[in-house]
Ligand binder design. Structure first.
Ligand code: EPZ
Length: 431
């Protein structure tokens, strides 16, 4: 089994290219189902999850090819050409959806385009049960009939799938990125106006809205929690550049903090780091927007401890909780981390403790008492962001850290070992 091996102690210095965002590219790929015209995505990350969703979309009749334009040090920008002249199947099968939960994002577009959909329930994953009740609640509000049959969501629009979804007022009882994205896509072709309250405001949601508007969708309130979508009869094709990955950028910003280093995160947008930048600043890691990216510099030997509570954007991102915990593990003092989004997102804790961390978890709260030194060890990856946190810990640890089960990592990080070794880390992938 492939492993990633890190030898700690190297101060990182240099420029890292930030790839297109996984969590933007996935919903953006689903828009091909909304139009019979070609859609091209540039700056699309080359990730395992992109491959899985490509297979799901091909099953619906999408013609998809990925080609690279130019190749440079990390600047080989894969371009995804997609074209779905007609929907050939309304079924998203369990064997693919269970591999990648975001496949549920084909549900809204299939109903909007075809009036019918049979999408496997995605099931849970390591970090939580991941229900989709908010997706289904919104579609029912828009007139869809939803039934659960043999583990599949079987949905159709009014008149047995011949009618259109109807605009509706949707009040989210809790913020859901995926439900917001699914319902925005469905609403673009619905009859009438859809208003959403307490909608997700993540930059990936904004990027999706910008792409849909370039296809002729009528959306206002973009970037706020109050979205208004006036349905149109059809959407045209488009070319759209995927927004830079703020979670990847944040991961590398923490890497600078872990090693007392200085990095330029090329193409990164400081404003998209949200409150991570504030937390990093308080810990002694200063992030500044400069031409072409984010400048990150660690201003002290050991970071300061900072308390963190995860919240929907623009609050502190849950996808950076594990990485920030690694920083707090070597900080001076005690930090209290509270994970409010997912019920089981502390699986990196036992592995960090094996490296010498001092962490106590009680439900959603983790108390981290900083230690002066971590020690390399063989560790197990359990989920995508936990994997990243263990690599970060390995960068600061004395000795060698071996990370197994790295398929989790490849779902969300493009060539992370190549990017880190290019700025001085001693890290390699051993097949
Ligand atoms: C997206 O997942 C991201 N994935 C996640 O990133 C991210 O952690 C999450 O948003 C929160 O920011 C993609 O964009 C592909 P949610 P999503 O719906 O849409 C509950 C990563 O590491 N909920 O905002 O599935 C849910 O259980 C991944 O890149 C319901 O109760 O997240 C959770 O507690 C991990 N009912 C909370 O809402 C629903 O119908 C937020 O979930 C939907 C969600």
């Amino acid at each position: 089994m492939a492993e990633i091996v890190v030898s700690g102690g190297q101060r990182l210095n240099g420029e890292i290219p930030v790839s297109g965002a996984k969590n933007a590219a996935l919903p953006l790929m689903a828009v091909t189902l909304l139009t019979s015209e070609p859609v091209t995505l540039t700056n699309c990350p080359d990730l395992y999850d992109i491959g899985t969703l490509t297979n799901v979309l091909r099953g619906h009749g999408a013609e998809i090819d990925a080609s690279r334009i130019g190749e440079g040090a990390g600047s080989g920008l894969p371009v995804l050409h997609m074209h779905t002249p007609e929907i050939k199947s309304i079924v998203a099968p369990y064997d693919l959806v269970s591999q990648m939960r975001a496949s549920i994002l084909v549900l809204g577009p299939l109903l909007a385009r075809e009036g019918k959909a049979e999408v496997s329930l995605p099931g849970g994953c390591a970090i939580g049960s991941r229900p989709v009740d908010l997706h289904l609640m919104g579609l029912e509000a828009m007139g869809a009939t939803i039934a659960l049959r043999d583990g599949y969501v079987v949905a159709e629009t009014p008149q047995g799938g011949k009618g259109r979804l109807q605009g509706a007022k949707i009040n989210f009882p809790k913020v859901s990125v995926g439900a917001t994205e699914n319902l925005v896509m469905a609403a673009t072709l619905a009859e009438g106006r859809t208003e959403m309250f307490n909608a997700a405001q993540e930059p990936e949601v904004v990027d999706l809205c910008h792409c849909l508007i370039s296809m002729g969708a009528e959306i206002s309130g973009v970037g706020t929690s109050h979205l208004i979508i006036d349905g149109v009869d059809r959407l045209s094709g488009t070319q759209h550049q995927v927004v830079a990955d703020r979670i990847e950028a944040g991961t590398f910003a923490v890497a600078a903090g872990m090693t007392g280093g200085e990095l330029i995160l090329k193409n990164g947008k400081l404003e998209h780091l949200g409150s991570l930048a504030t937390v990093l600043e308080a810990s002694g890691v200063v992030c500044t927007q400069v031409a072409g990216g984010i400048h990150v510099v660690s201003t002290q030997e050991r970071p300061n401890s900072v308390n963190v509570t995860t919240e929907p954007y623009p609050g502190f991102p849950t996808d950076l909780q594990a990485q920030t915990m690694s920083l707090m593990v070597v900080a001076r003092g005690m930090a209290v981390l509270t994970e409010t989004i997912f019920e089981n997102r502390y699986m990196h804790v036992p592995e960090l403790i094996r490296m010498g961390a001092n962490i106590e978890v009680d439900g959603r709260v983790a108390v981290v008492r900083g230690v002066e030194k971590l020690f390399g060890a063989p560790v197990m990856a359990t989920d995508l962001r936990a994997s990243a946190s263990l690599i970060l810990a390995g960068l600061a640890a004395e000795g060698e850290t071996r990370l197994s089960d790295i398929h989790h990592l490849d779902r969300g990080y493009e060539r992370i070992e190549a990017k880190l070794s290019a700025v001085g880390a001693t890290i390699e992938r051993q097949e």
